[in-house]
Design a protein around this ligand. Structure first.
Ligand code: NDP
Length: 286
């Protein structure tokens, strides 16, 4: 029997700890708060926004949406980011991407205060990940993967052989750096990797993040694999599925995250935890 690595369980444990900390802060009249910047009305952004606001409610973190029209100028967006950077009552800033074409995303990424950059947009925070300094804000999805592995602790990350099938700046590269910090041995794989099934099946842990629905069938795995499925794909039936062919793989590996209910369930909680960390730092609370 393989173990199902449920993201909800990890999120629940993290949230329980956070609730206690938020309560303490509120008793000191300190209210953790996230400022959400949304340009326009893209349905994806609105759905994500609703999810974040709902999650904030579960841990008693305040949220405020700063919505401006999609056609707003670069200057208007810059002024809004500066306003939130300078607002002592805002501890985390979340900006939905992709930004409209006329916006220079790089300028915005560099403008966001690194200390409030809960989604790791500012290159300063990303640089820290690559330098092995984990005191900045790390990208939420890779952090969610590490949290799941640590929570279930099936094998120690130290010394584990881990195949990460993704080399993007959002997932694969930062995740690999974070795992290196844990002293894992990381193999970064991608679309040109030769003999991928051989590499994955011989690894202790496999992180699948290709964005290709059900690409990873049983031939990629062995019974000793711990499988983390980062993929979020349209399943063609109005739902979502992962990169792993779960129905045909789950019973054949040691442990596996489901989709939905796996990595995605932890990602937003990590984001909220960053708001809390920022709030404590801004108020000099350990
Ligand atoms: P990208 O498209 O940027 O990266 C995909 C990676 O997969 C690339 O490195 C690519 O290789 C590799 N790849 C594609 N096809 C194959 C193949 N046949 N064999 C081996 N490697 C392959 O996507 P992202 O990094 O942005 O996202 C990856 C997945 O993670 C998506 O499904 C996305 O929806 C999901 N995601 C989930 C999140 C969550 O919270 N759960 C958050 C963010 C993303 P190459 O570089 O050579 O092209």
């Amino acid at each position: 029997m393989s173990t199902v690595l449920k993201g909800n369980e990890v999120a629940k444990a993290l949230k329980e700890k956070m609730r206690v900390e938020v309560k303490d802060l509120r008793e000191k009249n300190i209210i953790p708060k996230v400022g959400i910047i949304r340009m326009g009305d893209r349905p994806d952004d609105i759905a994500y926004e609703k999810g974040v606001i709902k999650s904030c409610g579960t841990v008693d973190i305040d949220s405020e949406v700063f919505q401006i029209p999609a056609e707003s100028s670069m200057e208007e967006l810059i002024n809004l980011v500066k306003k939130l950077n300078n607002d002592d009552n805002i501890h985390g800033i979340l900006i939905f991407r992709p930004l409209p074409d006329h916006i220079d995303t790089e300028i915005i990424e560099n403008l966001i205060d690194p200390n409030k950059d809960i989604d790791c947009m500012n290159p300063i925070n990303l640089e820290k990940v690559f330098e092995g300094e984990m005191d900045g804000f790390v990208p939420c999805t890779p952090k969610a993967v590490v949290e799941i592995l640590k929570y279930y602790n099936i094998i120690p990350l130290e010394g584990a052989n881990i195949a990460v099938v993704n080399r993007s700046m959002v997932v694969g590269k930062p995740l690999s750096m974070m795992l290196l910090e844990e002293r894992s041995t990381v193999t970064i794989c991608h679309s040109r990797t030769k003999e991928l099934p051989k590499i994955t099946s011989q690894s202790d842990i496999v992180v699948a993040a290709t964005g290709r629905a059900k690409m990873f069938g049983p031939e990629y795995f062995s019974e000793d694999n711990i499988v983390i499925d980062v993929g979020i794909n349209d399943d063609g039936n109005g739902g979502i599925c992962g990169d792993v062919d779960y129905d045909n793989v789950a019973d054949k590996v040691k442990a596996i995250t489901p989709v939905p209910g796996g990595v995605g369930s932890v990602t937003t909680t990590i984001l909220l935890n960053h708001v809390l960390i920022s709030c404590k730092r801004m108020n000099n609370i350990k």
